[in-house]
Design a protein around this ligand. Sequence first.
Ligand code: SF4
Length: 717
Amino acid sequence: MSVTTHKTFCRFCHAYCAIEVDVEDGKPIEVRGDVEDPVYGGYTCIKGRQLPEQYTTPARISKSLKRMPNGEFEEIDTNQAMDEIAEKVKQLMDDHGARSIATYVGSYGYQNSAALVIPKAWHKSVGSPSYYTSVTIDQPARHIASSRLGAWGGGTHKFTDADVCMMIGNNPVVSQFTPFGGPPPFSPYARLRDEMKKGMQVIVVDPRQTEVANRSTHFLQVNPGEDVPFLAGFVRQILKEGLHDHEFCAAHMEGLEELEASVEPYTPEFVAERCGIEVEDFLEAVRVFGNAERGVVVGGTGPNMAPHGILIEHFIQTLNFICGRVNKEGEVVPNPGMISAPATRRGEVHPPWPAYGVGPKSRVRGLGEVFGEMPTAALNDEILLEGEGQVKALFCLGGNPMVAFPDQDKTKEAMEKLDLLVCVDLYMSATAKLADYIIAPTISLERDDMTILTDTWYDVPYAHYTKAVLPRNEQSREEWEIYWELSHRLGVPIDLPGGPLDPENRPTKYEALKLCTAGSRINIDEMREKGKGHLYEEVEVRVEPAREDRDAKFQLMPEGVADEIAEVFSENNRVDGKIIDDGKEFTHLMISRRLKHVFNSSGQQLSNLQKKGTTNPAYMNPADLEEMGIRSGELVEITGAYGMLVGVAEAAKDVKRGVISMAHAWGDIPGNWGDVREKGSSTNRLIDDHKTYDPITGQPRMTAIPVNVRHIREDAA
Ligand code: SF4
């Protein structure tokens, strides 16, 4: 028996850590960090080290399945399944038009680098706008805020060498994600430690004393849902104390005076009252951030899921720009992107661009395409609402709508109404249980991939192309290949940046990626030949002077922003210590969080990760639990204005009083609450998609949800 070692990168989550995998007799036996990698330096987390079990677990779907008339699944040859699926797709397109065919790419599907490009290209080729991803129920606000405000050609400051980093609702040591400028998600503890040793000040603003808050120099434990008052007051104070970059503002801002007037009511005292923090702590944070030379503020997924998410992101980006935290003329652009096409970076403002309000319209709630995708929060209604344009078929790539989409009962109704539900899923997930076909996917170690998703997330010029480490089972298909199979059977070629994907002959993954990445700064063949992650130190891009005929400015007060700032100021949902929502009284606010041992719903199936917990506890402050006579491990009923769930209470000092903190993307098809300790509970049961949603993105309120808590006495049940 011989053991071979392969360099590759982990695709369990989107951190893409460089790893080494030992393979014995065709099976992976050990994963460890690649200590030679110039970016990751040997970092892995507990999830990535479970890739061997992901390969061998009996829970894995390794042969495709078809639902039979009796409701049971039976194995089916994948080619036969694709013949049947393609025939159904053709019939639906003939009868109801191309729009009736939809795709949803979930967070696991995103880890297949070609699935970022090819499914969307297929939709374009057949003329179906029904393309949905998890981004529009996760972090749409960042893109939209940027498109209204404008962007800086030279980019913003990087984390390394910064004097300060402020994180709003971002916990990268657990989520393994941070927008550019925050702690890189790989080895985040070490990166924080290294920079803090050099003197970096770290400000964390969060309702929970998170893992990153424990390492910060300044922690402000704000009330949930109050990020707008915090940031509006922060901008006000920066301007009042003259801590902004006067020269940069004078040259590149439009609407600064109007902004200053709009945030004027947000005094430090008002901020302290709304956020539940001390005035002195707030002012100190303002001065630490404002007096620094370099370093940015970043927001996490939580604020994007909260009410007024776009306004929160607007303030975050505004703060960076008014403080001049950008790479200016002559400075080096930390990472211009190795897979992206080369482009000159200039010290000028890119004017706002149309990321919404153009393109196809949704049939519900006045929504429409956002940055070229349909809003996922409207997909259930697009399936349920009869008439022209109704979605009849859904391809679900590495996503689990039953636990991820808002309003779980409505999601179940929608999934059951579909004429065709095809899941490409590694496990029998809650959604896969409702599918007509489940196509067995490859796991990451069985496929070539490259760092397309993370290309511009690094703060150095880095890229990695990996070849497959293990041969794949011939019954399995990659997420993108489903669309080649359709293209092959329907005879419609898929147009990619490098040309059409041949519908006649099955392309290799390398051939597909070559077409996807045509025009990249570094040629794909060069990356592939390296056989490991590589730092392209020879790439040095500096910020060029602005063009003389360009005078675009940041739009600090786009339409509607002044009204929204005023609206938030007068919002008062608290009366006599109770929280009022939809005319009802509540005692707590439920906030979302992540758990280190799972990536959304991925990982809940693996034995070593199950040892860390098989449920998503309802974390509450010990004093709240004591007051209600509830002990850790007991069941609680959590009820909001639009739904209820059963959770397992867990005392946690890091949670503020009056707050419940639960991870999303847990649970199963609703029905048996007795399983909550083994399967968790979907927090999306509390989310409505039709009353509290963003009018541009459709993003529902998925955190800071008013709820009541009731002790369930199991012995009395
Ligand atoms: S953080 Fe963990 S799961 Fe994510 S890529 Fe790295 S090792 Fe894999």
